[in-house]
Design a protein around this ligand. Sequence first.
Ligand SMILES: [Zn+2]
Length: 281
Amino acid sequence: MRGQARDWGTPKTCTILFKQGKWYASITVDCVPSRIQTDKGAIGLDFGTISAVADSNGEVIDNPRFIKQAQEKVNRLAKKSRRKRPPNGRKRIRASRRWKKANKAVSKIQAKVARQRQDWQHQVATQIVSCNSLVATEKLNLQGMTRKAKKGSKRRKQKTGLNRSLLDVGIGNLKSLIQYKVTEAGGFYIEVPCHILKPSQTCPNCGHQKKKELSERIHSCQKCSYTCDRDVAAAMVMLQDARGKELTSSDVESPSSTLCGSMRQLGAKKRQKLVPNASLG
Ligand SMILES: [Zn+2]
């Protein structure tokens, strides 16, 4: 075993998993969980494509490089596997041993990238939550954002690239990590309705609204000549809106449930088993 559990107590269950040629043990313990420490700060976050996250303090977190490097490696290996004999059920052709080997290499790297990405997300989320107890972000329509471009569209290639960079960072996952970390720490997580507020079109200094082109990366106001990064400006607007709202109890989720990871999967498994029994009896 490696690392250390944040809290330890009486072990209750142990799940052994075999994933991608590796064995994992997931142990649940009965303990008194200690919460993540958070500070009094407040922050607005804008999830972008050019930079992964821009915050209202003017800091920009870039996309991690390792994903792009790994993608090149995957492409090279995938080319190798295309030259081998794949399985074909209809013609009753079994996969060649070399095809299996090449495919294994691809999935091994993909699994590694997934682990690296998860680690990076946890680090970013923890860093944000450790200084801030109020986090304001926009509500994203990820399904719409990462939809495939229409056939024959001129910007099809760009859209594919945009989708890939959106999915690479795993924005949805990163957001939910931040949400659970901040609520666990007893802070507030607020999603701003961006179709009403329009954070990317509003000046954080004077509130003047003007539509921007996607290529405009810098916000510079015509009215008050306030200038800063486009995504940072959007994050500032979101934070201002969240601060203006009165916090009601419905906005605050109590940090009672700490189900996560394999424990949740374990719970799902149990429910699955129970269903046929119930119908029989
Ligand atoms: Zn302005």
